[in-house]
Each structure stands twice: as C-alpha cells, then as structure tokens.
Design a protein around this ligand. Sequence first.
Ligand SMILES: Nc1nc2c(ncn2[C@@H]2O[C@H](COP(=O)(O)OP(=O)(O)O)[C@@H](O)[C@H]2O)c(=O)[nH]1
Ligand SMILES: [Mg+2]
Length: 321
Amino acid sequence: MAGKCSHPSCFPNDTGCNVEGCSNLSECKYYEKGDTSEENQPAEEEFYRIPWTGNTLGLSDLNFLTASTKPILVGIAGVASAGKTTFLASLYCLLRHGKKIGGYSFSGSLTLNGWENIAWYLSWKNNGNIQFPPHTTNNSGRVPGLLHLALKNKNGEKKDLIFTDAPGEWFDHWRNNVNSENAKGAKWIHDNCDAFLLFADCDMLAGSKRGQAKLQINSVADRLFERIGDRPFGLVWSKSDVAISDITKEQILSHIKENLLTHFIEFATSVNEGEGGVFHQNICESMNWIIEKLDSNMNIIPKISSFKQEDMFLSKRSVNG
Ligand SMILES: Nc1nc2c(ncn2[C@@H]2O[C@H](COP(=O)(O)OP(=O)(O)O)[C@@H](O)[C@H]2O)c(=O)[nH]1
Ligand SMILES: [Mg+2]
C-alpha cells in the first residue's frame, strides 16, 4: 500500500509533496509510509511531480490555479439528465476542432484527462452513432468535479475558466431543501461561481413530463436568483434538436423575467449541430457571453487629470475630479 501525508490537503503520490516541497517523500516529516515490506516500496522515491494529474480538479487542486490567477468559475446547473455533461463534452470537442470562443482559442487545460473522459463518448465511433457520456455519479462529495480550460486571444491575453460538472441530483435536493446534506455541492456552486448556465431539457419539455420539467427548471432558477447580484445568468435550451412549443418556452421565460437580472440571455444548444451549425455556435457563444459580461462588470479605471500628461510624477487629481 502506498504511503500518505498527514496533511489532509496533500496528495504526495498523485501530485508530489504539497506542504514541504520534498523531492524525496520518505524524508518528509509528514509522510507516513504505507506497507514497508520491500516488494511494496515504490521503485523510485525521489522525483518531482507536477502539481496536477490531468483528472478533474477538487477543491485543494484549485489552490494551485487560484494562487496565480483568478479563474472564471462557471456553474453548470440543472437537474439530472438535463444534458449538462454532454454540453461540456461538446464544448471541448468544438475547441479541439479549432473553434473559438469569441476572440479566444484553446490554449491548454489542467484537466485534459477529465475532458477526454467525457468527450470520448461523443467522438467518432465505427457505427456512426452518437454515444453519450455516462451519468455523472451522485457520490457523497460536496464539491463537483471541476474542469479547467485556458484560453488565449491574439494579443496573448489569457482567461482561465473552470466548469462544474455536478450530478443533477444535487440540484434536485437543493431545490427541495437548501439545507439538505445532499445539496451541499449545489450550494457550493451557488456560493462560489461567477456566472451560471441553467439547463432546460427540451426533450423532457416536449414530452408527457413537461409539467414536472417546468417546475424543476423554475425552482432551480429561483434558488439561483437568491443573492445572484450582477452575476451573469444564461438559460440553455439543451437538446434543442427536439422542438418544444412556444407556449412552454414563454411560460419558463416569463417566470425568469419576473426577476430583475443584470445579465440574462438564452441559448438553444444540442449535441447535433443544427441548421448551419447554430446549436454548436451557441455552445461557444454562451461562454463568450459570460466572458464579455464579466469584463463589463469590472470597474472602469477613473481618468486622472494631470498637470503634465507625459510625466506620471507630476500628475494630480483635479479639484473636481
Ligand atoms: N436529443 C438529445 N439528447 C441528448 C442531448 N444531450 C444529452 N442527451 C440525452 O440526455 C442524456 C443525459 O445527458 P447528460 O449530459 O448525461 O445529462 P446531465 O445529467 O445533465 O449531465 C444523455 O444520455 C442523452 O440520452 C442532445 O443534445 N440531444
Ligand atoms: Mg452529468
């Protein structure tokens, strides 16, 4: 059995010594050796590990990124089977094919394994059929699996985005009872995310369960609107390859519009590209919209009048400024 660190946030066998930075784990005062029998010892104890594994990030992994940059956390909200994971997998496939998010292109990810795990199902298969990613398991975790994207524009400006791929059951518990033990992950998303996309499942809204679907969408929306402030909120009509009636759409929209949201928009998306690729374009456009709205939320640097514009040391605020 491999050893472990006595610090709960250090995972030396995955990402190296986080606390002391030891290259030789057995020298670290916090490292507890596992099975000490000789054949169970790792072949090489001394090597530097990179501080990420490529898998979806957890909360302590997030520190590695947030220490140097402020990533945009995008909360992907919606009940189970609303199409959230498929949307994320489609986004990754589109970027992998060179599609852009506004002026930004894919420039890296700390969670390539995590993306590939969900995107593999959508990738080309022999029989030509689309397969969907497996159900996101409703484990007992309180923080969703986090997927990372780094984007860059032609001026070299970088944006880091983090997406929450959470089990829909969390939102089901959350809409029924905010304090439910099983809703802690959804609450984490609500507390921490910079922007939200709420998924309205067109397949369910077109069928016999549309009453239930409307209720679910409206109640998750209501929860998200509590303390939303100026955080952007996008409604995603997922699985838009299935048509729904204008009346159904209008009923959901009118419920949302009862709230005075600073930034609201709707997007029709699907794993199928749609006419002229519109559904796929909307997947990328939804991210671009979030980036633009968050940029517009930033304070504008005040113009300071100065005695001598070209000399920064002679600048001073004007009396009226
Ligand atoms: N028609 C259609 N079905 C979809 C689409 N996206 C997902 N689905 C179906 O919805 C199921 C649940 O999708 P998933 O992304 O796992 O939902 P999640 O639970 O919200 O992550 C999939 O297994 C598919 O059967 C889509 O764009 N169009
Ligand atoms: Mg899922």
